[in-house]
Design a protein around this ligand. Structure first.
Ligand SMILES: NC(=O)c1ccc[n+]([C@@H]2O[C@H](COP(=O)([O-])OP(=O)(O)OC[C@H]3O[C@@H](n4cnc5c(N)ncnc54)[C@H](O)[C@@H]3O)[C@@H](O)[C@H]2O)c1
Length: 322
């Protein structure tokens, strides 16, 4: 049985990856400091280590105990806004955390590291959809820390022959996403619609995003384990949907029609974000299988069941791009 250590495995995306790995008979351990994740997200009996990726000593203990064949590295500081207000914290978690993973992967014979990167590495682009070969030009410390971790992974392949697969996610949505993380615009809208409250849309709502359902992202991580060699891939639906459109789809699922409030666009909010997933479909033997309607319905049903545990409404949506 192959062993996989999932950092951030108690978080939104990580928990779906853990479930899928267990389902496919991998032996899984989770490494997560629970800063935003929750143990309730995962019902697996595997090992769990409740420490930070910044803590090299604690990470070494986990590596030594579990001896993983693969590491799927999801743990991160995920907020663009927090990366701007606390650049050092972002760098500590996202850069030092990643170099710790690389260093100890080399020491303990890990075959491959799968890394959760982001569309944020591209910054603004005139070319849409953005191919994975497009130059990177991050516009936030978060984008820089993701790009830096990518560079270290490529170097580790050169220096130590550790394979890597970098997965640049677009806007991920689905069950277990909290409204506090960015990219949580769908969970925020669902929360408002369920409570029959007004949602806030920044700008004219015509700005578009490339939404990808979390189960499709988890499948991409599994395919990355099987991929022969190293590479970088966009994980996206390659479909652009406007914020107005996503809001009205959620309203029709929730059978509610309270009009949203429009407020001025936020600084730096991109007009369009769309990633090309062609290479992933060709080389990873992966493709997104959830339509937006199906994914939104699943997500809505999940929040309906969790009604009491979601965050209070009235929270403003933050920027939807990570
Ligand atoms: N959600 C998106 O739309 C999106 C888009 C692009 C990239 N990503 C990336 O995907 C990954 C997962 O994001 P998510 O949306 O599931 O967020 P999340 O906050 O739900 O998950 C992050 C997990 O990592 C854990 N964690 C945070 N800091 C840690 C630390 N220092 N040490 C150990 N564990 C730590 C948290 O407790 C949480 O369980 C992140 O790397 C994020 O940057 C997410």
């Amino acid at each position: 049985m192959e062993k996989v250590l999932v950092t951030g495995g108690f978080g939104f995306i990580g928990s779906h990856i853990v479930e899928k790995l267990v389902h496919h008979n991998y032996e899984v351990a989770v490494y997560d400091n629970l800063s935003t994740g929750s143990i309730n997200n995962v019902h697996s009996k595997g090992l769990a280590f409740f420490d930070s990726v910044e803590d090299e000593g604690a990470l070494e203990k986990a590596m030594k105990t579990f001896k993983p064949d693969f590491v799927i590295h999801q743990a991160a500081q995920i907020s663009v806004q927090n990366s701007v207000s606390n650049i050092t914290n972002d760098a500590r978690i996202n850069i030092i955390g990643s170099t710790n993973i690389i260093k100890l992967s080399q020491k303990y014979g890990v075959k491959k590291i799968i890394f959760a990167s982001s569309a944020a590495v591209y910054g603004n682009s005139k070319i849409m959809p953005i191919p994975v070969s497009h130059p990177t030009h991050p516009l936030s410390p978060y984008g820089v820390s993701k790009q830096t971790a990518e560079e270290y992974l490529k170097l580790a392949k050169e220096l130590y022959d550790i394979d890597y697969v970098i997965l640049r996610y677009s806007n991920v949505y689905g069950p277990r996403q909290t409204v506090s993380g960015e990219g949580g615009v769908i969970s925020i809208f669902i929360n408002h619609v369920m409570q029959e409250e007004q949602s806030v849309i920044y700008g004219d709502g015509l700005q578009t995003r490339d939404f990808i359902y979390v189960d499709d992202v988890a499948s991409a991580n599994l395919q990355a384990l099987k991929y022969n060699g190293s590479g970088t891939f966009n994980i996206s639906s390659s479909t652009c949907t406007s914020i107005n459109e996503v809001f009205s789809k959620i309203q029709s699922i929730g059978k509610q029609n309270v009009s949203p409030i429009y407020q001025p666009a936020k600084d730096g909010d991109l007009k369009e974000s769309l990633l090309c997933n062609k290479k992933s479909i060709q080389k990873l033997d992966w493709q997104p299988i959830y339509s937006l309607e199906k994914g939104l319905t699943n997500t809505y049903d999940y929040y309906l069941k969790q009604k009491d545990s979601i965050l209070p409404s009235g929270k403003e949506p933050t920027s939807v791009l990570k």
